[in-house]
Design a protein around this ligand. Structure first.
Ligand SMILES: [Zn+2]
Length: 307
């Protein structure tokens, strides 16, 4: 499944030790959660994402030279700069613009990652997802979580270490399980209170210390909708930078229980006939890939039965 958004692209070698600054480089410059890009005019074709009403017709990373000022690689003093590695031989850097950074040079703009999906080149989009997570981690680990002393970046690996008590902090990833429950010709979908109107998706929740992914799935499904499941099968995984998850998706079968949405967590949940589905998440997410794959398989099974 190479086309999963945010997956580490082919030709990319991650590294943390910064090389001597060369001429050619890709710059992933963020201000908050927005990436610096060149943007085309609004696209005429509709967006597949209910959260993004209109996408630009195209977007690309800032061109060589467009960021430079007075021989500095960027026109502002970055709050932090991290080396990411090389993409097909070209150095990749992440930088964070401080809140007071002046407006970008002509032709450049700050844009959210969701808006840039399927518009920015896939490899650059994936590395932007990596960059925003590493910048966020670096910003959140300037001080030791145990003794409060300022930490220092290690050069030989991606870590920050406390010189006083030696505690090391590594980029944190939170594993989250996604579950698509099926029963005859139906799948169970739910919606959270913050979903766009009318949109339903597969259930998901974070793994807790001490549980396997399968145990996490059974617990989350039971808590969120009150049903019991079996035959848990792995589907695929996806790095998800909103903010630092690894989504691990499964399909499973309903065993017992009637739907009882968890107050505060699940606004609504229902069984949907695979031939009559509601609005679904964008193809940026593994949720949509999972639903599409399972629904296609179930529809094919139905076709078989009829023939
Ligand atoms: Zn410490």
């Amino acid at each position: 499944m190479n086309d999963m958004p945010f997956t580490s692209p082919e030709g990319f070698e991650g590294a943390s030790a910064a090389p001597v600054a060369g001429a050619a480089a890709h710059w992933f410059v963020f201000k908050g959660d927005r990436l610096l890009v060149e943007l085309g005019p609004p696209a005429t074709r509709p967006s597949d994402d209910l959260r993004v009403p209109v996408r630009p017709s195209w977007a690309r990373l800032p061109g060589q030279g467009s960021l430079h000022k007075n021989n500095n690689p960027l026109w502002f003093e970055p709050a932090r700069t991290l080396y990411l590695g090389r993409l097909t031989g070209i150095d990749c850097w992440a930088a964070e613009a401080p809140g007071e950074a002046s407006a970008p040079p002509a032709g450049l703009a700050w844009e959210g990652l969701r808006t840039l999906f399927s518009v920015l080149e896939d490899a650059h989009f994936a590395l932007a997802g990596r960059a925003i997570q590493l910048l966020d981690w670096d910003r959140s680990h300037r001080y030791c979580g145990r003794c409060g002393a300022p930490t220092e970046a290690k050069t030989e690996e991606r870590a920050r270490v406390c010189p006083a008590c030696k505690l090391s902090a590594y980029p944190r990833i939170a594993p989250a399980v996604m579950a698509l429950v099926r029963r005859d010709g139906e799948i169970l979908l739910g919606r959270g209170p913050h979903f766009p109107p009318g949109m339903y998706s597969a259930l998901a929740g974070f793994a807790e210390p001490g549980e396997t992914l399968e145990q996490c799935l059974a617990r989350e499904v039971e808590e969120e909708v009150g049903v019991q499941v079996s035959r848990i099968r792995y589907f695929a995984s996806q790095p998800w930078p909103f903010p630092n998850s690894l989504m691990i998706a499964f399909v499973c079968d309903w065993v017992s229980g009637e739907i009882r949405p968890q107050a505060g967590e699940i606004e609504d949940a229902k069984w949907f006939d695979v031939l009559q589905l509601p609005k679904l998440p964008s193809r940026i997410s593994i949720a949509r890939r999972l639903i599409d794959a399972v629904v296609n398989e179930m529809r094919a099974d139905e076709g078989h039965k009829k023939n």
